[in-house]
Design a protein around this ligand. Sequence first.
Ligand SMILES: CC(C)(COP(=O)(O)OP(=O)(O)OC[C@H]1O[C@@H](n2cnc3c(N)ncnc32)[C@H](O)[C@@H]1OP(=O)(O)O)[C@@H](O)C(=O)NCCC(=O)NCCS
Length: 220
Amino acid sequence: MEIKRLSGLDLPRIMELQNRVLKALADHSLYYALVPAEVEAMLGDQGLSLGIYAEDQHLIAYAAMRFPGSEPDNLGMDGCLTNDELARVVHIEAGLVHPDFRGQSLQKLVYEEAIRQTRMLGRFRHLYSTVACHNYPALVNSMKLGLAVTALREKYNGYLRYVLYQDWERPLSIDRGQVLKVACGDRERQEALLAEGWLGFAWEKNENQMRLHYGHRLKA
Ligand SMILES: CC(C)(COP(=O)(O)OP(=O)(O)OC[C@H]1O[C@@H](n2cnc3c(N)ncnc32)[C@H](O)[C@@H]1OP(=O)(O)O)[C@@H](O)C(=O)NCCC(=O)NCCS
């Protein structure tokens, strides 16, 4: 499958894909929809957008990276970065896969390529993403790419989100010797662990629940 760099011309196709995904979404708290102006900005110089088209010219996968710069929602502010470092933050802003094409790891495929192309720009160091606690595929894909859960915050008008992070210069080091497994629904316990410096780095899932594996962050 060919992954394409998207431009302003692809805006209608992206909105069409988002509408299709929203229509199929049983729980609308999982995904906070983008408005056209946000998508447009990431098709220009405020981001990098990639997609996969099916043979019938429908967009079936979309990934958008955003360069938040000095915007107040820069997730580096949660990580207490300095102003210089905030300029080096990139967000994974959105990932969408058409419901008819799920289960083929397309999100991971386009994210991987978007990360590779963003790293090639050489201007960024801090990769952030937010994922709803019960958005299993998005959470798993983020951790498969090496991002770790570093915080739990209310975002987007009160929706609870994991904040995931990866440092491209000094990768986070995690003590995997002592692992605590916590249900994703247990907000209080996770907030306490994250405040003590634990990081979520792996997962397990059965038919009843998903649990995150937490390990202590090792000093660099
Ligand atoms: C998140 C999303 C992009 C992942 O799609 P995808 O790339 O096809 O998913 P994957 O092929 O990587 O599947 C990952 C896992 O989730 C499962 N899965 C995929 N889609 C699923 C769905 N809709 N419901 C339940 N499980 C699903 C897969 O079976 C797989 O499980 P496994 O790891 O146990 O084998 C897609 O579900 C989507 O568009 N969701 C709505 C928008 C969204 O939430 N975006 C992310 C936040 S920006």
